[in-house]
Structures are given as C-alpha cells and as structure tokens.
Write a protein that binds this ligand. Sequence first.
Ligand code: ATP
Length: 377
Amino acid sequence: MKTKLKIPPKAKRLLSELSKEADKRGTPLYLVGGAVRDFALGYSTRDLDFTVEGDPTPLVHFCAKLVNAKPVPFDSFGTWRLIGGKAWDIDFATTRKEEYPSPASLPVVSKPAPILEDLKRRDFTINAMALRLAGKGFPDLIDPFNGLKDLENKVIQILHPESFRDDPTRVFRAARYAGRLDFNCSEEILRLSYEALKAGYPQKLSRHRLSSEFLKILSEKDPNPILNQLRDWGYLDLIDPQLSALSWPDWKGLSAESRLGILAFSFRENAEKFLASLSLPRDISNAIVASLKIAREKSAPREELPKLSQEILKFLFPKISPSALLPLKISGKDLEALGINPGPAMGEWLKKISSLQWRGKIKSKSEAIRWLKKSIH
Ligand code: ATP
C-alpha cells in the first residue's frame, strides 16, 4: 500500500539516505511510532524512532554521521540514541516482542522479532504503524491495526483488551493523546480503564512510572483537558488524591517543572510531601521548594534564585515587583557596620528588609541602608 503520509522534504531526504544504506546492507529498517502518526497528520516532528529486524549498530553509525550526532547506547535492550544533532532526536532499536507475566509488570522481551510483533506490543492503533524503509516500494506503510482510519476518525483505540492490564500507564497515554490531538477515546478504552482501576492494576504501578506519566502530561502544550479527563476516570487520584480537588490555571507556555511548582503551592503544608513522592531530579525539586518557601514567607530571597523558582513565583504573584525576586540587597556585614551585632536582632532586621524588598518598597542597597538608619535610631 502506498502511503498517504506528508513527509516534509528534509525528513524525506534523511529517510531516503537511510533507506539506500539499509538496502545495500540487506537490513530490514522501519520508521515507527509517533513520527509515522505525525507525518500522517501532516505535522512535522524532530523525534524519529527507527527499528531494525536485527542488529541496528551499523545503521546507527551511518545515521550518526549523516545527522552529525553521537551514538550512545541507552538501555539494556540494545537501544541507541543519537545525541547532539541539531535537527533530529533519533533512537534506534531492534524489533521486539513483549509479554507481560503479571499486571503492570515490566515486560519480558524477545528480539529480534518480526515487525508485526513489534507493532503488536504498542499502545494504540495510531501509534502502531511503521514505514518500511528498505526493500522495494519505499516508503511503504505497514498499518495492521488500521491506525490511518482511526486518525481520520479522530479516535484513540487500544490493540487488545488486555492492554491496560499489561501496562496501565497506557490509560494516562490515552488521555494525553486524546487531549493533545483533540481526539476521542474509544468506548472500549472508557470501559477497560474503569475495569482496570477496579481490578487494582494501575495501583500496582511504581511511583517512578506514575510520576513520569504525570510529568509528560504537564509537558504538553495544554495539559488541562488531559488532567480533566484523568480526573473523570479516577486516575488523577493515583498521582495524589489532593490533585483531584484542584482547578487548573491558564498556564500556557510554562514548562512542566513550573506547572508542577504551581500545583505544589496549592498543596499548602503537603507541598513538600507531594514533591518528594514524585522522584524528581534534585535540582528541580530544590528549585521548586525554594520558590514555595519564598511564596509562603513573602520576602525577598537571601541568595540568587534559580530561573525555575523565579518563573513559578512570577506566575503565583503576577504583579510582583522585579526587585522582589533578586537577592536581598543587604547582608549581615552591612548591618554590623550599622552597629547591629549577629544574633536574633540581626535576624529580625534582615527579615524586615526582605519583606520590604518583596513588597517593592526597597529596590537598592542605598534605599535599604537609608531605611535602616532611620528605623534603628
Ligand atoms: P510523543 O509525541 O508523545 O513523543 P511518541 O508516539 O513518539 O509520542 P513515545 O513515548 O516516544 O511516544 O513512544 C514511542 C512509541 O513507542 C509510541 O508511538 C508507541 O508506539 C510506543 N510506546 C510508548 N510507550 C508505550 C507503552 N506504554 N505501551 C506500548 N507502546 C508504547
């Protein structure tokens, strides 16, 4: 079947180079997953996932030269990532078959598997298409589950009824694609996501996997419809029951990490516990915690705030004076010069100055000193 994909010229050139090389080597090479879906929708993408029925290594090195990137092996499944290229984010893997020994467990993998097996292990029909890049008739679309038809009908469908038992993160993914693409989820998804929850499958997911899904949702251009959908399905409670009681602000254009900070602020005294439950990188959680502290104390920071903390605070306090987020204009040394010795009194003066700086009443060191001289005497 000839494709109806609208592949942008730059991608077409790359695919065609790879296709020639794969042909020369007799290597069965496919473009799979999100890129095929996005090209079918007429969208462009930076993310290209290639899969090979066999060892991808020689093609990985060939492709790395083409796109000027460094090949790095990145997991235990013999997968490669090309790092540092300007135009593309490229992964290579060997086709695999996956079996789930128990609900929500990680799969047992066998590889190389025929491309059809590799497509069968995928989440939704629209993500289970492949473009055959080697052999006659390139580019040839392999669409065993009628993903193209579901793209036309704007519907997300799973591939088999055990899908959410095997991997309940797919419920989060279904909501994410439905929200992002403005598609509907099939009746089967609605029914089986409910049954999976009743059977306790998503409750078996590790915090790490849940957090990763949550962060992917917060990274979407507009996470709000996705969060609403998951709340309706009862899946948001799995991230944290307090989330379901929140409403989502208009936070277009913000990063996932900033959005997380904004949500955490609504958790009030439970904010730190919520953040700790999400297994975040340390620098991210530190920056969010720093912004929460400032937001509660409503006083200028003692030290330079990370960009992320500033972004969160600017959103939480849109009218804030620019000087409020800058490091405190005055130090203990300045106070000592004014005759205030280290101790509780110095702490009190510093607190007063930070509060005035937060409110925009003090914008410079000289203003701070002037205010101190007046107030001390
Ligand atoms: P996005 O645009 O969100 O990056 P993507 O389709 O590229 O979309 P990835 O999460 O990068 O999404 O996954 C790549 C492909 O791997 C998907 O298209 C899908 O075929 C498959 N996949 C990813 N996660 C799962 C899963 N949990 N279960 C089954 N297949 C999955």
